[in-house]
Design a protein around this ligand. Structure first.
Ligand SMILES: [Zn+2]
Length: 75
């Protein structure tokens, strides 16, 4: 994902735990999959990760360095 470094440097890190890093898109970055601004970017630290959603979200996906990256959109 060529924009990944820009996302990491522009978005705001909100949460990090052993399985994910979650960045909030506070600057209106466009999602690489659908070109709409996303709400959060979730970088998974392992190839396989389980996530629990607390609210329904539309999700786009990417891959960075072999790891899944999720882009969430509130419907
Ligand atoms: Zn998207």
């Amino acid at each position: 994902m060529e924009q990944f470094e820009k996302y990491v440097s522009s978005a705001t890190l909100r949460e990090e735990n052993e399985s994910i890093k979650q960045y909030q898109n506070t600057v209106g970055l466009a999602c690489p999959a659908c070109d709409q601004p996303f709400d959060d970017m979730v970088v998974c630290k392992d190839e396989h990760t389980s996530l629990n959603q607390t609210i329904p979200l539309d999700i786009c996906t990417g891959v960075e360095d072999g790891k899944p990256v999720l882009f969430t959109h509130k419907p």
